[in-house]
Design a protein around this ligand. Sequence first.
Ligand SMILES: Nc1ncnc2c1ncn2[C@@H]1O[C@H](COP(=O)(O)OP(=O)(O)O)[C@@H](O)[C@H]1O
Ligand SMILES: [Mg+2]
Length: 367
Amino acid sequence: MEHTQYFDVELAQNLVDHIAVELGQNVNITNHKGLIIASFNKNRIGMIHEVAEQKLKAGEYREFAVTEEEARQYRGVRSGVNVPVLYDDICYGFIGVTGDPVIAAPYARLAAKLVKAILCSIAHKERLSEAMRDNQRMRALLLNQMIRIQEEERKRISRELHDETSQSLTAVLLGLRALATSLGDETQKKRVLEMRDIVSEALSSVHYMAVRLRPILLDELGIRAAIAKYIETYQKRYNIKVSFISKNIQEGERFFPEIEISVYRIVQEALSNIVKHAEAKEIHVELTCESELLQLVIQDDGKGFDPDILEEYQVANNSLGIAGMQERTELLGGTFEITSAWKEGTRIVVEIPVKTNSRKEGNICGT
Ligand SMILES: Nc1ncnc2c1ncn2[C@@H]1O[C@H](COP(=O)(O)OP(=O)(O)O)[C@@H](O)[C@H]1O
Ligand SMILES: [Mg+2]
């Protein structure tokens, strides 16, 4: 922690002013090089305390008195007592009290102790906030890792559903169709056709599930196409009108995969919240890329909610929808904002920084 070797000038001056008023004596503080950084006599600030400088250069971090003679000899010193401010084996400088050394010494020692206590508390605070930063970094790292693993797993299951389950169901479907045609008995034929319809429904559920888990379009064609497709299916399924506008994003334009998948998941969660909670008639989705910022806006005209009770609700219900959208955005260094009011709909604005090299056309991004 290199910077803590230097005294905070403002803090030093504050201390000096207080102690000097209490003592009725001039007090000053030099830094680790002997430069006077705080003094009750403001004219002395910026001068070199020559004796302190010599001691610091020689590594003599001990209390010393300045004699009248030295005070006459050097411009920057006054007669009095100077006590080193030592903390954690580092000498931060000297604190000096002017006057008769016998009277000044105990005050100078006390002042040095006080300064040391303050340094100790600052260091403690710094260590604490460093630990907190470490904690936060670790949390982000783990979260990132979790999201990555989850996405990989979804991709794998989706592929399996698509390639295997779907293929087998299609084979059964075709078999049943052929069987129905070959059957002469009308009742049996009807039964087989009913079975075929059930398989057909299962097939479309499997397909829907596979797409929900991991849209192949997202990997192949990018975010714009994937959102458009998702919205198309969503409108049909839930009968809600959704408009989708994308500005300044070319067809097939690619961003980093973690940006694409996060934006896609946010659209999914926001739209499923609208179905679940909003009773909306219309939804507007807008995706814009401008000045290295990808902006996603999702607005509905539904019943809205009171954002003030959201946190309480999230804790009580352990709900991760909105919190998850926010986490994902923040992991990418972006901002997430949700505004809502009772009967006035809900608006989500997500902004994610995208560097120019994360915007390229064609399929650049391996995970
Ligand atoms: N578009 C919306 N319209 C109305 N209410 C919403 C909307 N989105 C979220 N909410 C409210 O916010 C709450 C929290 O949402 P979320 O975190 O996704 O959790 P969950 O969907 O599991 O309840 C919801 O229960 C709902 O009351
Ligand atoms: Mg939700």
